[in-house]
Design a protein around this ligand. Structure first.
Ligand SMILES: [Zn+2]
Length: 179
């Protein structure tokens, strides 16, 4: 199964999940952004596990769009090259990117879509309302070319380091709202 076929699942270590949400609270009312490092796991039919990235680290990146940092994010190409090298040195790949939406829903915008070019990678968006992280969603960039790319929402699974203790949060939105 290829990445982003609609049945993918993003697995985030709890520490990574907490860190990327905290980053959005820290930079509020501006957007935060960063890169996710991980490994792609192919679907395991025997264990009924869907394909997807397992993210092991989140690396904060500078927001270079100081002119409109509240609604745009951008990672400078030179910084991205450095970050990619960092991932390789840890034996990991770039699994995707994350950013926050201050006082806006955790849904991708037209700009997010236009600026997404990493097919098969995940784009994680956290809504930060009044300085508090609420909903976190992940969208896998599916498609084989830039022309037929599309975002597909995927399930986020927050896991503790020991796989045996992993907890599936199938309805993160509901949990975030009731928190
Ligand atoms: Zn956005």
């Amino acid at each position: 199964m290829s990445p982003g076929t609609g049945t993918s699942c993003l697995r985030l270590l709890r520490a990574v999940y907490d860190a990327l949400r905290a980053h959005g609270e820290h930079t509020y009312p501006h957007e935060c952004c960063g890169v996710l490092f991980g490994r792609f796991i192919h679907s395991d039919l025997a264990r009924n596990e869907p394909a997807g990235w397992t993210v092991e680290a989140a690396v904060p990146a500078g927001n270079t769009r100081t002119d409109s940092a509240h609604n745009r994010y951008h990672i400078a190409p030179a910084e991205l090259v450095k970050i990619e090298r960092q991932a390789r040195s840890q034996g990991l790949d770039i699994a995707g990117f994350y950013h926050s939406h201050p006082d806006h829903p955790a849904q991708w915008s037209t700009t997010d879509f236009q600026e997404a070019h990493w097919l098969g990678c995940c784009y994680v968006i956290t809504a930060v309302e009044q300085g508090k992280a609420t909903i976190t969603n992940s969208f896998s960039l599916a498609g084989l070319t830039e022309e037929d790319k599309r975002f597909e929402q995927e399930t986020i699974q927050v896991t503790d380091p020991a796989p045996a203790n992993s907890a599936i949060l199938s309805n993160l939105s509901a949990r975030a709202e009731s928190a």
